[in-house]
Write a protein that binds this ligand. Sequence first.
Ligand SMILES: Nc1ncnc2c1ncn2[C@@H]1O[C@H](COP(=O)(O)OP(=O)(O)OP(=O)(O)O)[C@@H](O)[C@H]1O
Ligand SMILES: [Zn+2]
Length: 604
Amino acid sequence: MEKRHRFSAWYILIGIWIVLIVQNIIFSMTQTQVIPYSEFLRLLKEDRITEVSVRSNQIQGKMKSQDHSGGDVLFRTIKVDPEISDLLDEHGVKFRGEIESTFLRNLFSWLFPIMMWIGIWYLVMKRMSGQQPGFMTLGRNRAKIYMEDEVNVTFEDVAGVDEAKQELVEITDFLESPERFTQLGGKIPRGILLVGPPGTGKTLLARAVAGESRVPFFSMSGSEFVEMFVGLGASRVRDLFVQAKEKAPCIIFIDELDALGKVRGFGGPVGGHDEREQTLNQLLVEMDGFDPSVGVILMAATNRPEILDPALLRPGRFDRHVLVDRPDKAGRKAILKVHLKNITCEENLDTDVIAGMTPGMVGADLANIVNEAALLAVRKNRDRVTMQEFGEAVERVVAGLEKKNRLINPEERRIVAHHEMGHAVIARALPGTDPVRKISIIPRGIAALGYTMQVPTEDRFLMKKSELLNKICTLLGGRAAEEIVFSDISTGAHNDLARSTDIARSMVREYGMSSKVGQVCFAREKQGQFLDLMQGRAQEYSEATARLIDAEVREIIDGQYRRALKILTGNRPVLDSGAVLLLDKEKIEGAELEALMDRVTSAG
Ligand SMILES: Nc1ncnc2c1ncn2[C@@H]1O[C@H](COP(=O)(O)OP(=O)(O)OP(=O)(O)O)[C@@H](O)[C@H]1O
Ligand SMILES: [Zn+2]
């Protein structure tokens, strides 16, 4: 209701303005004859003009009407020449000069645009804050911090992200009794950064931590901090911490931390990054200033950790990072179970099938599917949601996501599965390569469709030639598998090729590992390169050597590729059964991976 009152004032003002304009038009149309200047001069000479007022560029007045009824008619003409007063005198016309009254016109030509701007700005403000700022409360911003005294989300509502959950359990222990925790000498984290793709449940997790430990939850979005007015963002941060300390123990959650915490001096195309910097600085100051033992835990979420200002990630700030990754098939099944609790489904609904239909999807997508399916059932007047609706719902959501390029199709999945298995089999077959810990075809980010995680067993300072060659062979394993299985190759190996070429090139140019090029090192200090270029200093080897280097790099890579093909052909059964398993589970690790890898023979 209040909103309507406020807006009616605008309507009244605009109304008045329109009425005035319309009045003006009607007046000039009905009452006044507009005549050409020459006509005016003629009438003047005929002594039919009785009275005029002269304005800067127009003459208004009365003239005797043509029909001799004796009445006067109003007229108006444009253009005034300087001798007009003499002429008027000559014909004995009463006249007065008039400075045009432009007050009203000016008022409206100025006031209206200003009013428009205030109106637009007001709407923008409202959108940005999601609330009614009102004119009087502009400087104050307490209202924009969302505070929930009681959060009714628990860890049970979050599924499929068990690793992240485990890491956060400790935080709930701390929040439940901060004193006891510190007495026992526990080290309290100050800031926890939840990192993961959109929709994986970062916000949900943060709320669950608050819900589990029954503490208030303050939340704000990074993009909301970045206000239009300099200084407002910083004062908001201050406000947020003041309020949080009063309510401790509690959680402060900042969503979209990247909007606020981009590397400084990395402003967008529109100005105003000064404002963002001020806000960020204030956040850093507050983070350094508060004593975590009072029981305020700062959590933040981002899906672009790489653009964050390193200052934010320093020890004592957001130094604890929790990965909230896309769920695998089992995870998706668990998430579906959570959301299915809220709707009535047919009795033996197979969540396994739905989970299988939704590779690459995140929690938010799955929540969306459940919701969509329920709506479809309502539309069909069903009393429960059946598999058929879920099928349709999945199709709809998939279509939406495909537009956004977020899903890979079944054919691509098959290629990716064999590609990743190719890496894994070779890594296992060759001695001295890092053991494979995890193979996954859950897409991460935009670039990498799948990945094979190799974890080094020890820190290394020296690499032997044979090890470097094995590494290249492992990198080429992905493409080799594609060629063997599909007799075709894909662009998915781009990064692998780049990395193996780098290694091969370094072997030849820097480590003297090619007998044809010899024990020489052509690498120069990186920082010198730019200067060399500026001074036109040539490369330090001849054209012929350059060609030799290129040939040697090719030779190394081709040799390793042939080796990869041979190893994979010898291990074809493992390659195929591994890919099938991967397509089903999307992620293989632990004992299952061991069992699979034990079948790999090194005989290449
Ligand atoms: N792991 C999950 N378990 C259950 N539900 C989930 C999960 N992840 C997401 N959802 C559902 O999706 C909704 C949106 O998730 P949420 O806002 O927490 O994602 P987010 O990672 O914070 O995304 P964004 O980065 O876009 O803010 C949640 O309210 C919940 O209904
Ligand atoms: Zn690869």
